[in-house]
Design a protein around this ligand. Structure first.
Ligand SMILES: [Zn+2]
Length: 201
């Protein structure tokens, strides 16, 4: 049985304990969750296990709508990201969309390393290389260290977000939805606001 696996058994036991603790501290919390969600924040972050948005912001179920992928990308043609954005902005009416990068990002480091050998005539061979192709191109253009690339990546995704139809329509309609760029410092456990927030067209 899968639950005999100690890794999985620990997850399930932790969950049972957590659910008990939450319900004891705040009776009715889960029943309230079941009624619906109204998060104020959409977090677009990296899939890295060291950057769990709700843990490091001390948030709870219901607080943050989330989209995470390798190297916190918001590609203009990514239907997955576009659907998440549309649902968050048009249905849930979030007030803030945060692009969250982080130091020690393996995706950014891989792009930094691959940038020197990039060949525009050759299609990337793997899903991961295709996914990271725009970031590899940015690394090639930037010729910076990885830390600077991480920040430039956040800025680029903020720009991609601001150009997305969902955001442009929301701003055109005078709705209040801001776009932000943050970097989480894995070494310190602290988030830095890059100061690139956009509040409207
Ligand atoms: Zn990462």
């Amino acid at each position: 049985m899968a639950t005999e696996d100690p890794i999985l058994a620990r997850l399930l036991a932790n969950n049972a304990q957590w659910a008990n603790d939450v319900e004891t501290a705040e009776p009715g919390f889960f029943a309230k969750c079941a009624e619906g969600q109204s998060p104020k924040v959409l977090w677009i972050g990296c899939a890295d296990s060291r950057v769990p948005e709700s843990v490091l912001t001390a948030c709870r179920p219901g607080d943050i709508f989330v989209h995470r992928n390798i190297a916190n990308q918001f590609h203009p043609t990514d239907e997955n990201a576009l659907a998440v954005l549309a649902y968050a902005v048009d249905e849930l009416r979030v007030s803030h969309v945060i692009i969250a990068g982080h130091t020690q990002c393996g995706g950014a480091a891989a792009c930094h390393a691959a940038a020197a050998a990039i060949d525009d005539d050759v299609e990337p061979a793997t899903p991961l290389a295709r996914w990271l192709a725009p970031l590899t191109a940015l690394a090639r253009d930037l010729r910076s260290d990885v830390r600077t690339l991480v920040e430039a990546n956040v800025r680029a995704q903020v720009a991609n977000l601001a150009a997305a139809q969902t955001i442009r329509d929301a701003w055109a309609a005078g709705r209040s939805v801001a776009v932000h760029g943050w970097v989480y410092d894995i070494e310190k456990g602290r988030i830095r606001d890059l100061g690139v927030s956009l509040y409207g067209a």
